[in-house]
Structures are given as structure tokens and as C-alpha cells.
Design a protein around this ligand. Sequence first.
Ligand code: PLP
Length: 409
Amino acid sequence: MAQSSIVMPPYSNPPQVRSLAEILPDESLLMMGAGPVPIPEAVARANSVVINHLGRTMSTIVDQVKSMARYVFQTESEWVLGVAGPGSAAMEMAICNLVEPGQTVLSVNNGFFSQRMAEMSRRLGAQVQVFDVPNHQTASVQEIERQIELHRPDCVTIVQGETSNTVFNRELPAIAKAAKKHGCLVIVDAVCTLSTMPLEMDAWMLDAVITGGQKGLSSIPGVSLIAFSNEAWRRISERKTPNTHWCLDAKLAENFWHKGSYHYTAPVSGVLALHEALRLVCAETLPTRFERHARCSSALQHSMEAMGLSLFAVPQARLNSVVGITVPTGLTGAAICTHISDRYHVEISGSFGLPIVRVGQMGEQCREHNLFRTVHALGSTLRDLGAKVDLPIGMAALESSLQSRPIPS
Ligand SMILES: *Cc1c(COP(=O)(O)O)cnc(C)c1O
């Protein structure tokens, strides 16, 4: 009998790569852009744990995640679910469960992320009416109500904070009330705002609220949260057309998030990380957390203006969670972001075509030591690149703004 010989298949050679230790910077960068944001130690530790996704321990963790999320969303609705995916997956989950082909969606458009909701609705075969809000303005309830009367939409999509141009839709509660008066469902993107400023899902009668992990909550990117109102859940249960998205089908996701059974293998480590992030929010309490954000963001804004820079959004429409700073003439956003990262190990963000750089004030970014380092790094960067800024005045304004608003004891 012939000796069987091992035939080598024609595999190509493995690539030569560098280890992460060789690639990552020696000193970790301070993440002060529009997300992801720094994560607390407890979140990082939880993210390194893998457990059985269907065991008793997981079921306890899922229950706690839901009850803590209800507090953060300020809802008593049972229908809170996690999503394996970015904030955009939660957004798509809201839209693909609540919007059916042929229905009319009014998409309030403040910019880049609002447009994403319009695009998702269009792809589902909805009739999308886009209402463009001018760049520096917040959506006005009178105008939106006129649009609702004109188009009679089944559903309204709106962002609480538009991260791209740093505009805050402060009239959201009144807009949602007007939409509900006309029988529309209200889908709200709270990716950059949840847990950084008030949002009251039940009191404002919102039907779906979505958020990502990597912004206000200071968890990892890629595991997100969604909450549906009872009315939204009823509509989902009574749908006539099947959901075209299998992974994002809320009735299938209910299996894991409410019945302890299988839908897809949950991102267990990410859910554990989210658990820790939510636990820290609950320990801090929402009012204290909102005040921390308001205090830090306002100090940052004062220091930027004192340094001689201008803020992109006008005060009435300005978002606190992400601060947009107009790029001084002669410079580019890309040059600023590269230099501040290379020289000062601080990461900030450019924007999507707008002449601004953006500094985040979400979750762990709102710490005084992070603010001092960031303002110093940004001022020094602009000076290095030849812009005229008064950095000492900016640093002093940061300190005096913080002092003028003491932390409540
Ligand atoms: C970041 C962000 C998103 C997108 O989140 P991803 O996790 O990148 O998908 C959506 N909306 C707003 C307002 C955001 O700030």
C-alpha cells in the first residue's frame, strides 16, 4: 500500500505585520473628538470578559442593563433592547421596524446625521419629505408643524443634537408633542446627547430613542441601545409587511433581550462594558451628570472665545455635547487635527465639509484635567501653525469659568 503523502495546498504566504505594541502610540492619545470617547477603567475591564451569552449570569446582566437604560432614557416602557452594532445600526433598527414601504416620513434635516435617517427611510421604500433646517438654526416647532400638516407623515425623524454642525434642537419636546397631536410616530437620534443633557422619553412622548455606546455613555463603540414606546411596539407587532432586516428585527431581538433565548450571539463583552457604563451613570445620577456636562462645556466655550476663536453655532442653537470651533483663516481642520495629535497626543475631530474642528464634551471628556490638557494642546497647536491666539487668556478663562460654577456638594 502506497504511503499517503501530504500534499501542500497552494496557500500563499502569511502577511508580515507589525504587532499592536509596535503600531499603537507609546502614550495613549486623549480622545477629545466627536467620539469614541475615553472609557472608565471599569468599562475597559468588563470589555475583556467573555461569558455564556445565554446563561443565568447573562440574563441577570441583561435585566440590569434594561432597568438602568430605562432610567437613562427616562421611560417606563418595557421595550428597551441592545443592538450589536454602531449607533447607526440602532438608527436603522428604529426606522426599519417602524417605517413600512409606501409610508410617509418627515425627516427634519439639520445635517449629516439627520440625512442618514432620511436615506435609511428612502431605502426602505418610504416617501421621504426632507425639511432642511438652515445650518446655524434649530428646528422650529411652528415650521415643523406646518410641514406635518402639509405632508401628513406617518413618522417624523429628528436628531436631538446634530454632531456634524454642533446644533442643538432645543424645541424637540414641543416638536414631538405637535407630531403626536397629528398621530405621527417620533424617532429621535440621541446618539451624542443621551446622558449628557435632559431627554425624557415618556414625558416628551417619543416613540423610539436611539444611542450609541461611544459617546455620552462612555462605553465602547459597536454596542448600542434603543428604546421603543408602547405605541411603537404595538405598531411593530401589527406590521403587515415583514421586516427586511433580519438582525435588526425587533421581534426577533425580543427573543434575546426579553425572553432569554437566542437571536444571534450577543456581543457579550460589549454588553458587559455597557452595563458598567450605565452603572456609573446611575451612580452619578442624571442631574449631577447633566450639570457636569453643562459646566465643563460652558467653560470650554468661554476659553475658546477668550483665546480669540469663534464658535460655529450661535448661542441659541449651540450644542453642549460637541463644540464646533471655526478654523482660523489660513489653516485647515486637517492640519490642526494632525498636529494636535502628533505633537500633543490629543485627538479632536474635523467635520464633514464644514470649516470647523470639533471638541467633544461627552461622558469622560467632561473632566477638568482633560479640559486643561485639551485647551492647552489646541491653543499651542494653533500658535505652532501660525494663528493668532491668546493662550494664557484662554487658560485663565477656563479656570475662572469653572470657578464661577462650583460643583454642588
Ligand atoms: C455619532 C453619531 C451617529 C452615528 O453613530 P455611529 O456609532 O458612528 O454609527 C449618529 N447620530 C449622531 C447624532 C451621532 O453623533
